[in-house]
Design a protein around this ligand. Structure first.
Ligand SMILES: [Zn+2]
Length: 218
């Protein structure tokens, strides 16, 4: 898993919803192309066509707002014709129709986005990193350490399968990883892989240690 391309087809008024649901996915080493982010930053429809053609999975966000969008339907039709898997993310069963009425999707839970994010990650995981009997699931996020003047890449390896992540979440057990350079520890919510907090204890202890040793020398 590295460098897979995800294309998110959605209605303009669903941009905020899409950004919330994909905030975590963007930490994974994927290219995530959100239609109206690309258009707002000056991308053209023609360039988007190229991204769509090169994507490994197309997520179609199907809501009341997208129901009448001719070009979301066109993008879905294009993906299906090219053999690119389409993952429907829908508010209501009735929004799923046409090319993808028999494709498993993820229902959007507006009351509890974390469930939607968990289900979205589960589907992307099975789509992009299928677990063979002997294969090691290579599923991780990487981000720059947020300690000023550090910025070292920090990796959270996710070794648990989705069921175990869900159980961990239910038990309130966070996932943690540390910066190899400064020792700061980062905690994440297991179901959504959402950032929870940074613990600088390691950094503080080492600074305190340096202080103590210089103090004792004098
Ligand atoms: Zn660091």
């Amino acid at each position: 898993m590295t460098g897979e391309q995800i294309y998110v087809s959605h209605a303009p008024s669903d941009l905020e919803l899409v950004q919330e649901l994909f905030s975590t996915v963007k930490n994974f080493p994927f290219g995530v192309h959100i239609t109206f982010e690309a258009l707002e930053s000056g991308g053209s429809r023609r360039r988007l066509e190229g991204r769509l053609a090169n994507s490994d999975v197309v997520v179609a966000v199907l809501t009341a707002a997208s129901a009448d969008s001719q070009w979301i339907n066109q993008e879905i039709g294009y993906a299906v014709a090219k053999g690119i898997p389409v993952l429907p993310l829908y508010d209501d069963e009735s929004h799923r129709s046409g090319f993808i009425d028999d494709v498993d999707g993820v229902q959007i839970d507006r009351q509890d986005p974390s469930i939607t994010i968990f289900n979205l990650l589960s589907r992307l995981r099975s789509e992009l990193a299928p677990l063979g009997a002997l294969s090691v699931p290579n599923w991780y996020i990487r981000f720059p350490c947020t300690i000023p003047d550090c910025g070292h890449p920090v990796t959270l390896e996710i070794e648990q399968d989705q069921t175990k992540l869900w159980m961990r979440s239910k038990h309130g057990k966070l996932l943690t990883t540390s910066c190899a350079r400064c020792g700061s520890t980062y905690a994440f919510e297991p179901a959504t892989i959402g950032y929870v907090r940074r613990d600088d204890e390691g950094t503080r202890q080492r600074r305190a240690g340096r202080y103590d040793s210089s103090w004792s020398r004098s």
